[in-house]
Design a protein. Structure first.
Length: 331
């Protein structure tokens, strides 16, 4: 009886072929209490704005995935899949905050690495509470962010030594590494990539090389309206205000060289009549500006022409209503 050699499978090495360069890919969660700079850090890591930022705490409400692929000339490289989470709520237990906390815990349950973000030089009781919720079997890096607000970087050394003594010893090691940095500093971001890379497993990339986020343009439109809303109302407007997209329609270019047109209708939901008047502004000036700034940013983000209409509605107590929180798109 004669036998023939079996054909090579895709896993078999092809004789004479070069060994493919290794690729790494993994999930990296960005976690911390509200307003420590998580969204700014995500945008810097991705290299483009995909998560909204404002001075107001609790701006991020959803799990937002940002993707950054860093290939090597040999065909290998690393794909970082970052997950930006809402700031964990430790003070108020309304339906909205319970939803936000559920989003945080869901995001960190199955990741390869956690970036635990605090303000450089500060580690508060709220920080400790969030840290206590994280799984013990996932490596955690302490990201001492906003280093640009510290007068001299050397001033942070005693605090870092204290953090290492309390959280880095052999008995109670909670942080795999300590990374003082500023999300606004390109060299710090580059250094953070190098630190994160070694924690990600060798495996094929999950997304195409040029993808930046798994969120839809409709979602980005809603978030952009909400960012402009908070930025232009300052601390006057409660964080419970939200935005619903009522219409998101695309029209293809009418002729060569034209950009597509996206028509958006959105409703800003507030809790009181006084808040509605605040959003509209004197003779409608504030809501007009919210719309103009949203349109300009979306045209840049989505590379299209945008036509946007904004409305304001009052829905008292929605943040305490489980059913309404879900109907507004929260988990």
């Amino acid at each position: 009886m004669t036998t023939t050699a079996s054909e090579p499978t895709p896993l078999d090495p092809v004789p004479g072929a070069a060994t493919p360069a290794p690729r790494r890919c993994g999930l990296v969660a960005i976690v911390g209490k509200p307003n420590v700079g998580k969204s700014t850090l995500l945008n810097a890591l991705v290299g483009q704005k995909i998560s909204i930022t404002s001075r107001k705490a609790q701006t991020t409400r959803h799990r937002i995935t940002g993707i950054r692929t860093r290939p090597t000339p040999e065909g290998g490289g690393t794909q970082f899949v970052f997950v930006d989470t809402p700031g964990f709520q430790t003070r108020h237990a309304n339906a909205l905050n319970r939803s936000l906390n559920k989003t945080v815990l869901g995001a960190v349950a199955d990741v390869d690495l956690i970036l635990f973000v605090v303000e450089a030089g500060r580690f508060t009781t709220a920080d400790a509470k969030v840290l206590g919720l994280l799984a013990k079997d996932i490596p955690v890096l302490l990201i001492a962010n906003k280093l640009d607000t510290v007068h001299r970087r050397a001033d942070i050394a005693p605090w870092l030594a204290q953090m290492q003594a309390e959280h880095g010893g052999a008995q109670q090691a909670r942080f795999a590494e300590f990374v003082p940095m500023s999300a606004k500093n390109a060299k710090d971001i580059e250094r953070l990539f190098a630190v994160c890379e070694k924690y990600l497993p060798e495996q094929a990339w999950w997304y195409d090389e040029d993808e930046l986020t798994d969120r839809s343009e409709k979602f980005l439109a809603s978030e952009t309206v909400r960012e402009k809303l908070f930025r232009l109302t300052g601390d006057e407007l409660p964080y419970t205000s939200t935005v619903m997209i009522d219409k998101f329609e695309e029209e293809p270019p009418q002729r060569k060289g034209q950009k597509r047109l996206v028509r958006i209708a959105a409703t800003i939901v507030v809790e009181r009549d006084g808040h509605k008047a605040m959003v509209i502004g004197d003779k409608g000036e504030r809501i007009k500006r919210i719309g103009t700034e949203t349109r300009q940013e979306l045209e840049k983000l989505m590379d299209c022409k945008v036509f946007i209409e904004l409305w304001v509605k009052v829905r008292s107590g929605w943040a305490d209503d489980e059913a309404r929180v879900k109907s507004f798109g929260y988990e």
